[in-house]
Design a protein around this ligand. Structure first.
Ligand SMILES: Cc1cc2nc3c(=O)[nH]c(=O)nc-3n(C[C@H](O)[C@H](O)[C@H](O)COP(=O)(O)O)c2cc1C
Length: 365
């Protein structure tokens, strides 16, 4: 076992002695301290790709929810991630649901969370990001709605307006299961209204800030085929640059830890891998090629990254893999990806993307 992987295993044993949310706070502190060993990151130009007007140094990003308040974007990028997504950020700060609200399913290598968009609000995150604005690196902003908002769509517009000057890209998160009513925005008519208003706001901001910011939409893995059809119709008629598939699932199939499985919230990690990858492929079949797919859910290894790409993703993101794999995971994934490209004589990520979409889409959910 490589030294970095061994260090991560020891770190995990230590972290798992803490309650999950406390452990997460400690990992943010460790990242802020700058004391984590710097992983060695392969400099492989074959991993770089352009999408939505951005050049990603590699396709592996940190998913939303880890750095909810944009506290550690640069430390995260130093771990090797090709991009990071801060948020979900809502206009006003909110405390989220009562604790405990994050649960590890260790035997399943999963996590259930019902945080409920706990975050410091637009203003606080904006201040932090303005302070790092001169740094390079792709930092997306994941925007959402306050739980008690009277107009969810207005909250997304406010997110676009607030962060337009500095976001590398936006993700409109309409798929958290922990804000009642939020997932209803995935219904065709509601989604059309949301996207119309988001892109009107984007057009206004574009004139003001002289920059165009690509917008992605993040959806749930718990959709019926008909719902996927409807979403695809709306997405294909929109200016979206990408679709993020997927958020956490409400499903609880095939779990070993039956006791923790009873906790309310969204399930992530290994138990989400199959479902989110099949959903990704099914959406790839429905979405026009100009719109990219970002594959998320249960990535723990290079094989998982390759599977997501083959199913149709251009980029991938992960969160729960970091809980179990530790901070050297991105560097290990990138080295593995380079080896995969060597072994298969591949010159770019585009040569992997979508090569097995039909196969993945044909698997039973
Ligand atoms: C503790 C936790 C908090 C999360 N918070 C958010 C969030 O605020 N916004 C969001 O879009 N996704 C959030 N997610 C979902 C992740 O971004 C990701 O879509 C999901 O966990 C599947 O990926 P994974 O299996 O690699 O974790 C959260 C996930 C976890 C585990």
């Amino acid at each position: 076992m490589a030294l970095s992987a061994l260090m991560d295993r020891i770190g995990r044993e230590l972290m798992f002695t803490f309650e999950p949310e406390r452990a997460h706070q400690l990992s943010l502190m460790a990242l802020k301290s700058g004391l984590l060993p710097q992983p060695d990151i392969p400099d492989d130009p074959r991993l770089s790709l352009s999408l939505g007007g951005l050049t990603f140094p590699n396709p592996v990003g940190l998913a939303a929810g880890f750095d909810k308040n944009a506290e550690v974007p640069d430390a995260v990028l130093k771990l090797g991630f090709g991009f990071t997504e801060a948020g979900t950020i809502t206009p006003r700060a909110q405390t989220g649901n009562p604790r405990p609200r994050i649960f590890r399913l260790v035997e399943d290598q999963g996590v259930i969370n019902r945080l409920g968009f706990n975050n410091d609000g637009h203003e606080a995150a904006l201040m932090r990001l303005r302070n790092r604005n001169k740094q390079s690196g792709i930092v997306g902003i994941n925007v959402g709605a306050n739980k008690d908002s009277e107009d969810f769509v207005a909250d997304y517009e406010a997110g676009i307006a607030a962060f337009h000057e500095l976001a590398s890209y936006f993700t409109a998160n309409i798929s958290s299961p922990n804000t009642p009513g939020l997932r209803d925005l995935q219904a065709a008519e509601a989604l059309r209204v949301l996207l119309d208003r988001v892109f009107e706001k984007q057009a206004e901001c574009e004139i003001q800030n002289h920059r165009k910011v690509p917008v992605f939409l993040k959806i749930a893995p718990d959709l019926q085929e008909k719902e996927m059809d409807e979403i695809a119709t709306v997405v294909n008629g929109s200016e979206l640059a990408g679709l993020v598939v997927s958020n956490t699932t409400l499903g609880r199939e095939n779990l070993l830890d039956q006791k923790t499985a009873g906790e309310a919230g969204g399930l992530s990690g290994k138990p989400l891998f199959q479902k989110s990858t099949i959903a990704l492929a099914k959406m790839r079949q429905r979405i026009k090629p100009e719109i990219a797919l970002i594959g998320v859910g249960g990535i723990f290894s290079t094989e998982d990254v390759v599977d997501k790409l083959e199913a149709g993703a251009s980029l991938v993101q992960l969160y729960t893999g970091m809980v179990y794999g530790g901070p050297s995971l991105p560097s290990r994934l990138l080295k593995g990806l380079s080896r995969h490209m060597d072994a298969n004589n591949l010159q770019s990520i585009a040569h992997i993307s979508g090569t097995k979409t039909e196969e993945w889409a044909g698997r039973p959910f």
